[in-house]
Design a protein around this ligand. Structure first.
Ligand SMILES: C[S@@+](CC[C@H](N)C(=O)[O-])C[C@H]1O[C@@H](n2cnc3c(N)ncnc32)[C@H](O)[C@@H]1O
Length: 176
């Protein structure tokens, strides 16, 4: 699975996972939108959830946008391709540990590889990060279940199990 990243360069370079992926030859960074190849674009604003059915449409290419979350608005995702949102997965990085949906670029790419059944590629992507393995451990069950789905509707049905578990039970709201 080829990984390409459109790099905005507006986030803390010390914590930027895209630059580290480039350093370890795991992804190609692009600073010009026109150079980003066609592929499955990991876009949290997309209407449809990523599923194994998208693997072929992306022609073996995954694309992410590396920028700060402040600038990751819908209009920023102008890359050419099949736009898909990742289903419920939790972050393992120290900044957003345990938070669902708001993943780093490497977590998003690795999660997508797992959903496409390419666990080895996911492990290679996460290898340069000290918390990389934790991402796979934390999300072991949902990643396996998503990878066994046929299409986006199935993925959303599985996701609903985790969303229900993630809601605070009555009486817990407001507790610190
Ligand atoms: C907003 S950037 C933040 C990058 C962070 N500064 C880093 O160093 O990794 C994260 C990117 O990963 C992808 N991504 C993260 N969470 C996602 C989700 N829930 N669905 C789809 N793509 C997601 C998107 O391409 C998004 O732009």
């Amino acid at each position: 699975m080829e990984c390409h990243i459109y790099y905005e360069g507006d986030d803390d370079p010390e914590k930027c996972t895209a630059r580290r992926l480039e350093k370890f030859d795991e992804a190609t960074l692009h600073r010009t939108m026109g150079r980003v190849p066609y592929g499955v674009v990991l876009n949290p604003h997309a209407d449809r959830a990523l599923s194994p059915a998208d693997a072929e449409d992306g022609l073996g290419t995954l694309v992410a946008l590396d920028c700060s979350w402040e600038s990751a608005e819908a209009a920023s995702f102008k890359m050419n391709g099949v736009h898909r949102a990742l289903p419920f997965l939790v972050a393992a990085n120290p900044v957003n540990y345990g938070r669902p949906f708001q993943l780093t670029t490497v977590e998003a790419l690795a999660g997508a590889c797992c959903i496409f059944g390419d666990r080895t590629r996911a492990e290679d992507l996460l290898e340069p990060f000290r918390w990389g393995e934790t991402f796979l451990t934390l999300n072991e069950e949902p990643l396996r279940r998503y990878s066994e789905c046929v299409n986006s509707s199935d993925v959303v049905a599985v996701q609903n199990d985790y969303l229900a578990d993630d809601e605070p039970s009555s009486g817990e709201e407001g507790r610190s």
